[in-house]
Design a protein around this ligand. Structure first.
Ligand code: AMP
Ligand code: FE
Ligand code: FE
Ligand code: ZN
Length: 273
């Protein structure tokens, strides 16, 4: 029987609610046979996840989710099968996280200028040891009663172009792809329906991605079929998953609800050889 793989999962090492151990437990319950942990700019969960996965019979593929930008568009790129001990990669990721930290400070500064007195410590508490992102700021705002909801935080303050918005450290898609392939990994355009129009999509294919994340909660059935078609046409690999954050985003993500068959993971492995 073909198993099920969920290749887009976040943990407490970025903006997910669950530790690697909890994620593996949930994955087991959901009947997943392979998962990939894809924290934003962090590979800290992977060794532990692989070890726990070995004990409970779940295959863990090393992964990461990088952000790249083209103009004002934020493009997410997933890396799989990379060497997560590679020194250059670790150095680069820790640089990206340092930049995220400074950006969070700038955002909180802008909030203060808008008379929103969010203590920076509240953001740090949300982030723990993980890489800091806007989701942590949104949750801190809600916790301190400064916005009604997580979404309102983006809508009013920290969403793209809003008054407390700050750009992330700018990385081009080519740089992100090169970083992943330089450590033996495969790169995938993450959830293209979110922010990538067709022109951008062709550009990313041109830039050398290995595949497209076809299955994602933000993708309608039509979108899934559309990206499948494009992947076949360009001999690209297909990935998918739940983009699981443990209900931290909207409470509706369920591990195991969005997956791809193991046969597609096998195609990735074949491409690696
Ligand atoms: P960051 O990497 O710090 O820029 O944060 C990006 C993350 O914030 C995305 O992956 C989304 O989870 C979340 N996000 C961005 N824009 C919005 C929005 N308008 N509403 C809700 N969540 C958002
Ligand atoms: Fe996230
Ligand atoms: Fe993403
Ligand atoms: Zn994600």
């Amino acid at each position: 029987m073909d198993g099920k793989a969920d290749l887009h999962i976040h943990t407490t090492f970025s903006d997910g609610a669950y530790s690697p151990r909890d994620v593996l437990q949930l994955a087991g319950r959901a009947g997943l046979t392979t998962i990939s942990i894809t924290d934003h700019d962090h590979v800290g969960a992977i060794d532990e996840a692989i070890a726990i996965g070995r004990d409970c019979g779940i295959h863990v593929i090393p992964g990461v989710e990088l952000s790249a930008s083209v103009g004002d568009v934020d493009i997410h790129i997933l890396g799989y099968f990379l060497d997560h001990h590679n020194e250059r990669l670790l150095e680069y990721l820790s640089h990206l996280r340092a930049e995220r930290f400074k950006r969070a400070e700038r955002i909180v500064g802008k909030l203060h200028n808008l008379n929103i007195p969010l203590p920076f410590n509240a953001v740090l508490e949300q982030a723990g040891d993980g890489s800091i992102g806007r989701p942590h700021i949104a949750h801190a705002l809600v916790e301190h009663g400064l916005t009604q909801s997580y979404y309102e935080a983006f809508l009013k303050y920290i969403g793209t172009g809003k008054p407390a918005y700050e750009k992330k450290f700018q990385v081009s898609p080519r740089e992100a792809i090169a970083l992943i392939s330089g450590t033996g990994g495969l790169s995938f355009i993450a959830h293209p329906a979110n922010m990538v129009d067709d022109t951008l999509l062709w550009g990313l294919i041109d830039a050398g991605v290995d595949g497209i994340e076809v299955v994602h909660p933000a993708h309608s059935v039509e979108r899934v079929n559309y990206y499948r078609g494009i992947a076949s046409e360009h001999f690209l690999l297909m990935s998918g998953g739940s983009d699981f954050h443990g209900g931290k985003k909207n409470g509706t993500e369920v591990l195991g609800m969005y997956s791809i068959p193991e046969s597609q993971v096998a195609m990735m492995r074949r491409r690696l050889r």
